[in-house]
Design a binder for this molecule. Structure first.
Ligand code: GLN
Length: 278
């Protein structure tokens, strides 16, 4: 079959299955399998696709039609210009989270100690360490399977001297020492909302990376409660938040004695990041 025909067939099947952005995903999967890029569709649509690749493409399209996330099929997601490996044990890095990383980078300096609580794929911590020098990082997660992914990403994306320590711990249970920056994009979706999310998320992403318990604020409360013990003087705590959580999370920080509480919006104009200084 010709390249353009494969693509059109892919579009049709994904649209039929109700996949959002069917055309985009059909193209990205074809490029992933053929090792091509966007230009191929524009100028080389009439080239023949080898039978093997066509079969592989059909398999990938069938998976995507079952609402398996694109990133679970390709095994990768770009974040902050770095290619992260992902699987079903970690949250797929989101573009929104780049706002959090960029906000930290504005202020971060060399030689700082950084803790990433609920590190998942390690995307936040690895990006921060990539764009700075001589920093020490600790990435914490309760899931050993997530930590395996984080560790692999660290090995692939960072030179040895920049790699963090990965720590399996229930929040701060096993954490030692003090930090200049604590960052967390914790699970923050209310338990009852999870069933209403799109199938890619609710059926394929780890529920323990999503579920923020009854009011969605469980992890903010737990982290804020003890964070001051783990922060150096003038240390900063950065959170990604849900769009409707800025007031409550700011209030938690205020009550715990944090100052200079800031809320940062994402590109959609929604509250996305809250940070404060001890
Ligand atoms: N820190 C990871 C991320 O931002 C995982 C977050 C999570 O599992 N809630 O992608």
């Amino acid at each position: 079959m010709k390249y353009l025909e494969c693509y059109k067939e892919g579009c049709r099947k994904l649209a039929e299955a109700g996949v959002p952005e069917a055309q985009l995903d059909a193209r990205l999967l074809l490029e992933y399998i053929c090792g091509t890029n966007r230009n191929d569709l524009l100028v080389r649509g009439d080239r023949e696709v080898e039978a093997e690749k066509q079969t592989a493409y059909e398999t990938a399209i069938a998976k995507r039609a079952e609402r398996i996330p694109l990133q679970h099929i390709t095994g990768e997601q770009d974040f902050m210009g770095l290619g992260f490996r992902v699987n079903e044990h970690v949250l797929i890095p989101r573009q929104d989270t780049e706002i959090l990383v960029e906000e930290i980078l504005k202020d971060m300096q060399d030689y700082e100690r950084i803790l990433d609580m609920c590190t998942g794929s390690g995307c936040i911590l690895i990006s921060l360490l990539h764009y700075n020098n001589w920093c020490e990082g600790v990435g914490v997660d309760i899931s050993p399977l997530a930590l395996q992914v984080a560790e692999e990403n660290g090995q692939r994306l960072l030179p040895e001297e920049k790699r963090p320590v990965w720590l399996k711990s229930n929040l701060f249970e096993k954490v030692e020492g003090k930090f200049d920056i604590i960052v967390s994009n914790p699970p923050y979706i209310k338990s009852e909302v999870i069933a209403t999310l799109m199938p890619e998320v609710k059926d394929h992403e780890p529920v323990n990376a999503l579920d923020g318990m009854k009011d969605g604020l469980y992890f903010y409360r737990e982290i804020v409660r003890v964070a001051s013990k783990y922060l150096n003087k003038e240390g900063k705590l950065y959170f990604e938040i849900g769009h409707d959580q800025a007031t409550e999370v700011s209030e938690l920080l205020k009550q715990a004695g944090f100052k200079e509480i800031h809320v940062v919006k994402d590109y959609a104009g929604l509250d996305r990041v809250v940070y404060a200084t001890l």
